[in-house]
Design a binder for this molecule. Structure first.
Ligand code: SAM
Length: 395
């Protein structure tokens, strides 16, 4: 059976061994670093057109076993796929009309799997978004996450006594950093019950309950009464969807006082129409990792913000920072697989292993980007009080 495939596969010259369980094997090049062991012979047919979603699915459904470092598995799977399919983007964009019930379900699917599982591979403050490697050679993940929290607070020019809204607050790392180091009071919202519980515990342990209030709330239920000096949203707008983007930015606009700042930090698509790249990788993420997630292009995000009256003042790409962050997360998880097995199902663990290593690879390859977009809500006369240079952020 393997011989039927050998002609198309062996011309790829990859450090890959393909084997049939208990049967023959085929080396596609010398010194294979990775082995794909086919457990279900029907899979051989799929290997003729090996899209990344099909390969990923075969792994999570245990129709195929992989051996070798997970980063190598992802890289070689991509070369295999590209060698046989070419370098195509996915033709269609998967878009949904999001409603609150659908989004709550999607968030529970991803975030409510187990706090202890996330604790295994995130930094101590459990920040679940791109870190900021000021010193790319020496910064640990923990240091880079502190750098990121501080970078956001500095860009937001937080001052003692101000009120900050954190939309999609996760386990509360940014709220605690801002309250402790910048003297602000924070109102944060999440849709994840598990996150909320642990975030509140962490706030209490650190004696910050008086300055931080966290609630289980959808961004569409915020009151819109301009009660906040600053608004921040980190790693959340990927859940909003193109159909709701305009409304989402209107909600952020409505929460902030005139003259206030809004920071949106999120993953953005490579292509302007938001279509995913890379032979099924986006399909896999949408199906198994972030249901109904959508990545708008930077230009779409900026256009929506502008339409809602937010004046974009600064944009920063952190693409390589996110590749590095995901490498740390993946390495941490790979080092603790036994503990992880006790916390989540085998299928979930396989999905998260592929997702972390695959996204590290994808950011490195420029399949998607991530941008911090800072905007101001101008005062009625059009002016604002931002400094005339950016020296204050970097001093
Ligand atoms: C990737 S996590 C980022 C968490 C946090 N900002 C951080 O950097 O660690 C995304 C967060 O967005 C929240 N979220 C997603 N959709 C939401 C919605 N419709 N309303 C409120 N929060 C939402 C999730 O519950 C989660 O807390």
């Amino acid at each position: 059976m393997l011989t039927q495939l050998s002609e198309s596969l062996s011309k790829l010259k990859l450090p890959l061994r393909v084997s049939l369980a208990g049967g023959p094997s085929l080396d596609l090049g010398p010194d294979p670093r990775v082995t794909l062991e086919i457990l279900d012979p029907l899979l051989l047919n799929d290997l003729r057109q090996p899209s990344l979603d099909k390969l990923g699915e075969a792994f999570i459904d245990q129709r195929m076993e992989v051996r070798g470092p997970i980063m190598d598995v992802v890289e070689i799977a991509d070369h295999l796929s590209m060698g046989l399919l070419g370098d195509n983007s996915e033709p269609v964009c998967s878009r949904t009309t999001h409603d609150k019930a659908m989004d709550a379900e999607a968030i529970a699917y991803h975030y409510d799997i187990s706090n202890d599982f996330y604790r295994l591979w995130l930094d101590p403050e459990m920040v679940y978004s791109c870190a900021y490697f000021r010193d790319p050679l020496h910064d640990s993940l923990a240091q880079a996450q502190i750098n990121k929290l501080d970078h956001l607070c500095r860009k937001l020019r937080l001052k003692p006594g101000e009120r900050l809204l954190d939309v999609g607050c996760g386990w509360g790392g940014l709220a605690r950093h801002a309250a402790r180091h910048y003297g602000v009071s924070v109102y944060g919202i999440t849709l994840s019950k598990e996150q909320l519980e642990l975030a509140r515990e962490k706030n209490a342990e650190q004696g910050l309950e008086d300055s931080i209030e966290l609630q289980l709330q959808d961004y569409r239920d915020l009151p819109g009464d301009q009660a906040f000096d600053k608004v921040v949203s980190v790693g959340m707008f990927e859940h909003v969807g193109h159909a709701n983007l305009q409304h989402y930015f209107k909600m952020l606009y409505d929460q902030v006082k005139p003259g206030g700042l809004v920071m949106n930090h999120g993953i953005t698509a490579k292509y302007v129409d938001g279509r995913p790249v890379s032979r099924g990788a986006g399909t896999f993420i949408g199906r198994y990792v972030f249901p109904h997630g959508e990545l708008p292009h930077l230009s779409t995000a900026i256009a929506s913000m502008s339409e809602e009256g937010l004046e974009v003042v600064d944009v920063e790409s952190l693409r390589l920072h996110y590749a590095r962050t995901l490498e740390h997360w993946s390495t941490n998880l790979e080092a603790r697989l036994e503990e992880a097995r006790a916390l989540v199902s085998d299928k979930t663990l396989r999905i998260w292993r592929i997702y972390l290593a695959g996204c590290a690879y994808g950011f490195r390859k420029n399949w998607m980007n991530i941008h911090q977009i800072l905007a101001v809500k101008p005062l009625p006369g059009g002016q604002h009080h931002l400094p005339w240079t950016r020296d204050d952020i970097y001093s």
